[in-house]
Design a protein around this ligand. Structure first.
Ligand code: TRP
Length: 329
C-alpha cells in the first residue's frame, strides 16, 4: 500500500448484487477515497450471520457483491478487498474487546432495539455483540477514517469509546480512535417512491441489470400520486424519478425536465424513459467491465484471497501489540 493520508476501513454485509442505493450511497465514495487513502474494504460475512437464515446464499452473495465493487472501480492492486471470515483474528479481537464493553450499552443501542424488533424470534448473542465485532473490524486494521452512512453513527461512537477504554485501561496507545466520515448523500428511495432502496423490500434497481431490464424496472417507479392523468402537472420536488435524474442526468437537462414536468409538457412515461437512458449511460462502462470480470469465475475469489493475505499481515501486527498490552502470556 502506498503511503497516503491515512487508512480507510469500511465494511458491508454480503447482500449480493448491488443496487443504485448502494452505488450512490457507498460504492462511489469507496472508489473516490482510493485516490487519497490506503483503503481496506471488507465484506462482513460474520455480521451477516446475526440475522441470516439462508446460509447457503452467503457464498454467491459475496461473489456478486465483490464483482460489483470491482467493476465499479475498487482497485485490488492498490486497496485491500477481502472477506471478514478469511481473517479470523477479528474474532479474537472481538472476544478481547467484549471484556471492555459494558453490556447495558449494547442493549441500549437503537440499532440493537430495531433489529430485535425485526427479528423477535432470533435475538441471539451475536446480534447483541454486533457493534463489538464492528469495533474489532475497525480496530484490527487501525483505521483512521470510516466512511459509513449516518445510520452507523452510534456504532462508530461505540467503537471510539471501546478503543479509548482499551488504551486507557492497558495504559498503552495500541488502538487507533477512528473518525467517522458520513456519506452525506441523501437516502436513496426505491421504486415504491416511499422507502429506502433495499433488496429486502424488493424496491431496488440493480446495477448489473441489462439496459432493457433497467428500463422495465424504472417503468414501475411510483411518481407524484397527484398526477393521475397525463395532462395534470407534476411536482418534481416530491417525485423520486426526478430525484434520480439529479444523480444521473446532465444538469442542463435536469432543469428542463423539471420545467416540462411542472407544465405537463413531459409525461411520466417519457420522463422515465429518459431516466432509464441516463442510468444506462452512466453504467455502460461498469457493465462492460463486470461482464469481462465475470468470464473467469475464479477471478473474484483470487482477488479476495490475495486481499485476505494482505489483511492478515496488518491483523497479525495489531494482535501482537494487543496481546502484549494485555500481558497475555
Ligand atoms: N455495521 C455496518 C452496516 O450494517 C457494516 C460493518 C461491519 C461496518 N463492520 C464495519 C461498517 C466496519 C464500517 C466499518 O452497514
Amino acid at each position: 500500500m502506498a503511503n497516503k493520508k491515512g487508512r480507510v476501513f469500511s465494511g458491508a454485509r454480503p447482500t449480493g448484487r448491488q443496487h443504485l442505493g448502494n452505488y450512490l450511497g457507498a460504492i462511489r465514495n469507496y472508489v473516490a477515497l482510493q485516490a487519497e487513502y490506503d483503503c481496506v474494504y471488507c465484506i462482513v460475512d460474520l455480521h451477516a450471520l446475526t440475522t441470516l437464515e439462508d446460509f447457503h446464499l452467503l457464498r454467491g452473495n459475496t461473489a456478486e457483491m465483490a464483482l460489483d465493487w470491482l467493476a465499479a472501480g475498487i482497485r485490488p492492486e492498490e486497496s485491500i478487498l477481502f472477506v471478514q471470515s478469511h481473517v479470523p483474528q477479528v474474532t479474537e479481537l472481538h472476544t478481547i474487546l467484549s471484556m471492555f464493553t459494558p453490556l447495558g450499552k449494547l442493549t441500549d443501542l437503537p440499532t440493537f432495539k430495531e433489529k430485535a424488533r425485526m427479528h423477535p424470534h432470533n435475538i441471539n448473542y451475536g446480534l447483541v455483540g454486533y457493534p463489538v465485532l464492528m469495533a474489532a473490524d475497525i480496530a484490527l486494521y487501525k483505521a483512521d477514517i470510516v466512511p459509513v452512512g449516518i445510520d452507523q453513527e452510534s456504532h462508530l461512537e461505540f467503537t471510539r469509546e471501546i478503543v479509548r477504554s482499551f488504551n486507557f485501561k492497558t495504559g498503552k496507545q495500541v488502538l487507533v480512535e477512528p473518525q467517522m466520515k458520513t456519506t452525506n448523500y441523501p437516502k436513496v428511495i426505491g421504486t415504491d417512491g416511499a422507502q429506502k432502496m433495499s433488496k429486502s423490500l424488493n424496491n431496488q434497481i440493480e446495477l448489473a441489470l441489462t439496459e432493457a431490464e433497467t428500463a422495465a424496472r424504472v417503468m414501475t417507479m411510483v411518481t407524484d400520486p397527484q398526477r393521475t392523468h397525463r395532462t395534470i402537472p407534476g411536482r418534481p420536488e416530491i417525485c423520486n424519478v426526478f430525484t434520480l435524474h439529479r444523480s444521473f442526468t446532465p444538469e442542463a437537462d435536469v432543469e428542463r425536465i423539471a420545467a416540462d414536468c411542472r407544465s405537463a409538457k413531459l409525461g411520466c412515461v417519457d420522463d422515465k424513459k429518459s431516466l432509464a437512458a441516463s442510468i444506462n449511460r452512466e453504467l455502460a462502462e461498469f457493465r462492460e467491465k463486470r461482464a469481462e470480470l465475470a468470464k473467469n469465475p475464479d477471478y473474484v475469489w483470487d482477488v479476495l484471497a490475495d486481499g485476505a493475505k494482505r489483511a492478515r499481515v496488518l491483523a497479525d501486527q495489531t494482535m501482537d501489540e494487543v496481546r502484549a498490552a494485555l500481558g497475555l502470556p
